[in-house]
Design a protein around this ligand. Structure first.
Ligand code: GCB
Length: 560
């Protein structure tokens, strides 16, 4: 389903703003409008807005509700699009259940019928996670336990839109850039019942480059998309009753045994793991934060990020295309475990988890297929890939995905070399390693000793490039120590600098992603000083010492 856009055939109404909110019981059904609820912003998480501790940490169902009116045109179809609610949800329109959301990071798009003069939209969100959800979670003595290291923010996190469509509308547009030596062809598939489709390609200067009556289009001497030159074209698809404009870029991606090639040149990934996270708004899409993040990425001379550990908002993906930032697009499969030996009882990944996992991979590729910034998909973060059962699962999920996309596939691995049962499966071996922090804490020399050996072993054994997708150290801004000590800015700088020294010696290491761009909220715990502090920027996006080092390092950095 295409993102809602307005033009002469289509209208978009935003329902963002102030809604009503309250925790509800499991059997709650919004038959009538709620009278005893409090005000809440949309999009945003509720957790950092409310002042009551019990509501902030509430585990269960919550109701979000709003009423609205707008002019209805009987000749149009209407749909509702909720960008994301965390996590599962049920959607009621004027008291009738019209659909469900299956995951906290994916859009829900439903037909709206029987519009009244004043309409009531109720969204009942359940923030509880089990091993049949992604990310996985479990319950111990009635309390939610999550293994992943980010706060379980809850709410309507992305835009809520109502949009109109002509009765015979364009459902989808798939743009494939056909890679030949001149990079000059694109093929477009349009999903519509209409005949007579016309295709117009506009360049970045808004000039018409090609007009065509068929979806096989040739662009002479095209400008390629890359971080150095993020050149975007626009394709206008028009039928006798509908029109849609989709941006695209032309770029070629290939992986060899030692390199990641973009437009035939080896690329070195410089950047970060990120989270959608900010003070007060939590995981709510926040345009100010999004733009600040991209400004910081440019300031620090980064060229890439991973959508750790779930798909990000469409706004972020559009900005990545525009700013020229390479994206490793990750599905929300975090901390998967198969083996019973963890005393997790029934809590383990099973067939039901796998069905959901595949569905979420499919939906992510459907959503992000036309973004030139997306150059690789990550199918899991830190699965227990040393477990026997992991291999069969992994093979199945990777095979499934390879039938859906030609882009390279990976997963972020935390199992050590020699223990991981799945390292032959991805196209690029991504590893998350915390030498000097979780492993051999404060021993800087261990980085040269262990990381160098591990990356070399992975490359020579599996004949694939290796990418360090996480490394770093928790750092409280303003804490200084000479010589360096844990939590000081000097300590973070030393870990990052020494890791970079090691990576520079390894030609088959194709990237470094520091964990993390900015500090972020986690559950409370003894190892977390008000959240995860591995950011090289603070949660309010100001630099620590390490940020200045990376800015100097990555300026004109040319490994290959
Ligand atoms: C990891 C995880 C990430 C955590 C990080 C940490 O390996 O992938 O989600 O936040 O370590 O800081 O512990």
């Amino acid at each position: 389903m295409l993102y809602p856009k307005s033009n002469k055939y289509r209208e978009v109404f935003s329902l963002n703003g102030i809604w009503k909110f309250k925790p509800v019981t499991d059997d709650f059904v919004p038959t009538n409008e709620s009278a005893d609820s409090q005000l809440i912003p949309v999009p945003a998480s509720f957790n950092e807005i409310v002042t009551d501790k019990n509501i902030k940490n509430y585990e269960g169902k919550v109701l979000y509700e709003t009423t609205f009116s707008f002019p209805v045109n009987q000749n149009k179809l209407y749909r509702l699009r909720i960008g994301a609610t965390s996590h599962k949800c049920e959607i009621y329109f004027n008291g009738e259940k019209i659909g469900v959301g299956i995951n906290g990071f994916y859009p829900i798009d439903l037909p709206l019928e029987n519009l009244l003069e004043v309409n009531r939209l109720s969204v009942v969100i359940d923030n509880r996670l089990t091993f049949q959800c992604l990310p996985v979670g479990r319950f111990v003595n009635g309390k939610q336990v999550i293994n992943h290291d980010f706060y379980n923010f809850t709410g309507i996190h992305r835009d809520v839109l109502i949009y109109s469509l002509p009765k015979n509308y364009i459902k989808d547009i798939i743009i494939n850039t056909v890679v030949n030596n001149d990079y000059e062809k694109i093929s477009v598939t349009v999903d519509t019942d209409c005949k007579n489709i016309s295709y117009t390609v506009i360049n970045a200067q808004k000039q018409v480059v090609v007009k065509s009556e068929s979806g096989n289009i040739t662009i002479k001497n095209p400008n390629l998309w890359s971080p150095e030159s993020p050149y975007l074209y626009t394709l206008i698809v028009e039928t006798e009753c509908d029109k849609y404009e989709e941006r695209f870029g032309i770029r070629k991606v290939e992986v060899t045994s030692t390199a990641f090639l973009l437009n035939d040149k080896p690329v070195y990934f410089k950047g970060f793991g990120l989270h959608e996270d900010f003070i007060l708004s939590g995981k709510g899409n926040n345009s100010a934060v999004n733009i600040r993040n991209f400004e910081l990425l440019k300031w620090i001379n980064a060229n890439s990020f991973r959508t750790s550990h779930y798909p990000y908002s469409e706004e972020i993906m559009d900005l990545a295309d525009e700013y020229g930032i390479l994206v490793i697009d990750e599905v929300p499969a975090v901390c998967m475990k198969w083996w019973e030996g963890y005393n997790f009882g029934e809590n383990r990944v099973d067939e039901q988890t796998k069905v959901l996992h595949k569905e979420l991979i499919k939906q992510l590729i459907e959503r992000d297929k036309n973004h030139p910034s997306v150059v690789m998909y990550s199918l899991m973060n830190e699965p227990e890939s040393a477990e026997e059962e992991a291999r069969e699962y992994c093979l199945d999920v990777f095979d499934y995905t390879r039938a859906l996309t030609k882009l390279p596939l990976t997963f972020a691995n935390c199992a050590y070399f020699g223990q991981c049962k799945c390292s032959d499966i991805p196209d690029v071996i991504c590893i998350n390693r915390y030498y000097g922090w979780y492993d051999y804490h404060a021993d800087i020399d261990c980085i040269a000793k262990h990381l160098q050996k591990e990356i070399t072993d992975f490359n020579t054994t599996y004949n694939k490039p290796v990418f360090l997708t996480e490394f770093g150290a928790d750092t409280v801004e303003g804490v200084h120590s000479l010589p360096s000590e844990t939590f000081s800015e000097e300590f973070q700088l030393e870990i990052i600098e020494e890791t970079c020294n090691v990576l520079d010696k390894l030609p088959y290491c194709i990237g470094e992603h520091v964990w993390h761009l900015a500090d972020f909220k986690t559950k409370q715990g003894l190892t977390r000083v008000r959240g995860n502090r591995k950011g090289v920027f603070t949660r309010d996006r100001q630099p620590k010492m390490a940020a200045h080092f990376l800015r100097r390092r990555w300026k004109n950095f040319n490994k290959f």
